[in-house]
Design a protein around this ligand. Sequence first.
Ligand SMILES: Nc1nc2c(c(=O)[nH]1)N[C@H]1C(S)=C(S)[C@@H](COP(=O)(O)OP(=O)(O)OC[C@H]3O[C@@H](n4cnc5c(=O)[nH]c(N)nc54)[C@H](O)[C@@H]3O)O[C@H]1N2
Ligand SMILES: Nc1nc2c(c(=O)[nH]1)N[C@H]1C(S)=C(S)[C@@H](COP(=O)(O)OP(=O)(O)OC[C@H]3O[C@@H](n4cnc5c(=O)[nH]c(N)nc54)[C@H](O)[C@@H]3O)O[C@H]1N2
Ligand code: SF4
Ligand SMILES: [Mo]
Length: 903
Amino acid sequence: MGSVLLDFPAQSGGNRETKTTCPYCGVGCGVIASVDAQESLSVRGDETHPANYGKLCSKGSALADTLGDEDRLLYPQIGGKRASWEQALDQAASKFSDIIAKHGPDAVAFYVSGQLLTEDYYIANKLMKGYIGSGNIDTNSRLCMASSVVGHKKAFGADTVPGCYEDLEQADLIILTGSNLAWCHPIIYQRIAAAKAARPEMKIVVIDPRETATCDIADMHLALVPGSDVALFQGLFNYLDQQGCADNDFIAQHTENFEPAMHAAISYNLDAVSRLSGISEAELEAFYALYAKTEKTVTIYSQGVNQARDGTDRVSTIINCHLLTGRIGKLGAGPFSVTGQPNAMGGREVGGLANQLASHMDIGNAAHRDLVQRFWGSPTMAPKAGRLAVDMFDAIHDGTIKAVWIMATNPVDSLPNANHVRAALGRCELVIVSDIYGHTDTAACADILLPSTGWGEKDGTVTNSERRISRQNAFLPASGEMRHDWWQLCEFAKRMGFEEGFNFEGPAEIFREYAGLCAYENNGTRDLDLSGFMDISKEDYDAIEPIQWPVTKAAPQGRARFFEDHKYFTPSGKAQFIAPAALEAPQRRADYPFILNTGRIRDQWHTMTRTARSGRLSQHISEPFIDIHPHDAKSLGLEDADIAVLESAYGQMLARVCVTQRQREGAVFVPMHFTDRFASAGRVDALVHPVIDPFSGQPASKSTPVAVSKFKAKWYGFAVVASDIFEAVSVPKSVQYWSKARIASGVKLELAGTKLPEYWASFMGALLGEDEGLEYIDMISPVNGTARLAGFKDGKLLALLYTGNQPVAVSRNWACEQLLGSPSGAERYRLLAGRPSGDVPDKGAIICSCLNVGINDIQSAIAKGCASVNAIGDATGAGTNCGSCQPEIKAILQTKEKIDVPA
Ligand SMILES: Nc1nc2c(c(=O)[nH]1)N[C@H]1C(S)=C(S)[C@@H](COP(=O)(O)OP(=O)(O)OC[C@H]3O[C@@H](n4cnc5c(=O)[nH]c(N)nc54)[C@H](O)[C@@H]3O)O[C@H]1N2
Ligand SMILES: Nc1nc2c(c(=O)[nH]1)N[C@H]1C(S)=C(S)[C@@H](COP(=O)(O)OP(=O)(O)OC[C@H]3O[C@@H](n4cnc5c(=O)[nH]c(N)nc54)[C@H](O)[C@@H]3O)O[C@H]1N2
Ligand code: SF4
Ligand SMILES: [Mo]
């Protein structure tokens, strides 16, 4: 396993240091992993990396907490039993071959991920399209970037992201639409916040139905009616045109189809847009006028735009406004789709989507198919696009697809109509899953489960939001029998008889071939040109410095910006205005009166397989919740901290109620992260409708009609339990509601049920998985379900349990800190009070997860006169490490009251 060891004697103090890239979001921050003489690992930001210049957000800062072999998948399994790689691969290949022989190549499929490295991804795509001969390889990027890809291709003729991060710092106006950048791309957010602090005249507008942490730096927040985005941007287009803001020379020389786009927008006057969007005419006009007068404008967008039935149209209407004003391909101006996953961009490059070919070529284009097949020298070539994600799982459900290999994604939790997806896998003849953990909801459906190497153990490249290719380098050995994803695919391919195309020694060789394909017969016709890398040696590959593609022989330093030369990749070479398709708006339903919006929280990553291992990260938010407006809560009889039942036409879930003004009436927000491992009924995608954008196939994950009601709990509880093993702490089946999160010395649990357990002591014993030798103290009222128990063994506190007929008010954080202590006498009874004694301050809900600073610490600093984020930082340390919590600190300063973070 290759790794790049750097020698920084001054900083490293003799530590072994490796430069690599963060495995989470598409910002693509550079990380230095450092292993000291005791083999203890730490990470810090790479000061030289142009994405982050040394900074890391809370997730990046906690990377070291998430490593280690605990609950890693170490060996292949067949039918749940340990098997050898030989057996697993032989069986996988022979079943795939049999099914293909009987039913043709379209009876098999790969479902892969924007979290694969470019080299893994390239191999998966090559195997399916060029050797198996089917287009049936799709990726979780279908749920993420597909609408942006189509929007780019319609407008520019290629999936080209025009700009770069520097543009964000240089812009005078940044519009953030459908993006919670503060939580989802924290380092870009911090770069923008710093630029604004240096140039306060820079303006920021947030367009989001919710008031998010991102609104913290906004001059204007447009809390539009969910789904009224096309109207809002059509209105902007119309306004700009009417006000004479069109760049007529640019339109005439470099664009086509202006007229139809203009006609499509003409009815969107201020009055009409105001009615559709719920934003007052005055506010709309203020926003439009700001756009009109600001030459250097960037529009950043992500899932609030992409994940919609009209996601592609939303992208087109955003790009139209930039084309109208000629604000593209210029310093500080352009549309900017920020990518979600660390290698979302790389996956698009190598053709991970079912309708694309490698190196930004199209499967629907015969010349492209021929070119790629000649380059590969492959026996066949998929003749047409394969099934797109949602459709792929329908085809698995109805038996059209009989074998699927799922790699680095967890569709049982992340695809819409997720119970249907689970059922589909249950019916499928052969399900292969490659993951780094064996405990995911998708792994539970696997016939063959394959242990992959993960971040820190694998080598390759990723491409970030600004087209910057960076190396991920291994710095840890692979344990057990973990294998690289590319290796698994190559070995499988060889067993299917494709020895020739898959004899790679390592990622350098794969990358070289991929770069060669990008260069092959390109001559400037395709945006993605890597001819500068086509002869790269292993040594040079290992030393690749972060670089933005294209990287050509003529321009080996890469390129920051596209379209400065006004050269687009359409047949005419001109950019295209796109009139939106005027899709019918989804109907509101009387039986499901709320719109369910879903998305991310600051400190968790997707289905939480990695981030939930960090106790630090679980301090921020660790329970499924539903944000709901006070009026709606009132009408449903819901109060803060109740449990709500959410129901759609597809499924049900339970979540903690957070009543907040930040939410619009009629819409609710639920995080996407919780799985069966972390909550009894927290899988929000079980409810999400399988509605897709007709052009991109991307699911509309933010607009499911749902009903909300109160879960009629008889009792509520909170417990902390000492345990090294997360899985060892399990909740009795009779408890309808629970959520579980890792803490420093064990697990914390939120509980609620409709039936009181008979004996609280045995209930606590069940949580602990044993009660032998346990000693209890308790305060129990049999009448109203109020119980407080502490359990000890050999004098050490092993568990605390607090229950009541109302949500229990206990200092969670304080309780967590008591575990494994050895209190005596009165101290023991104080535990039952659930909060510290008067002389020890209670931190309250943790806001700064890096330095463990709670909301109460921050509020008392404010009470003592701290009037700025910096002053609070000086007094408490909060926000001074990664800075990810600064928006929340500012919100606390502004409201001076408890914000909507569940304690
Ligand atoms: N902490 C954290 N960061 C992440 C991730 C993570 O799991 N955790 N995942 C990464 C990935 S893969 C992705 S794709 C990105 C996603 O990054 P974002 O797109 O920023 O994240 P989301 O929270 O999914 O959605 C963004 C916003 O869209 C808003 N929205 C909902 N409906 C509408 C609408 O109709 N119109 C508009 N204008 N806005 C709407 C939501 O209220 C939400 O605030 O984050 C990346 N970064
Ligand atoms: N309701 C709703 N649903 C959504 C979204 C939403 O906003 N709302 N967002 C969608 C979006 S944008 C995205 S990107 C998806 C994300 O959804 P998923 O891709 O399903 O989520 P992850 O938890 O990132 O899954 C990655 C899996 O790969 C494993 N893994 C990690 N590293 C490796 C590796 O190196 N090799 C292998 N083989 N496995 C590895 C992890 O343990 C984990 O099981 O969710 C989508 N679903
Ligand atoms: S912003 Fe945070 S999660 Fe995203 S790449 Fe940087 S450190 Fe990683
Ligand atoms: Mo994503």
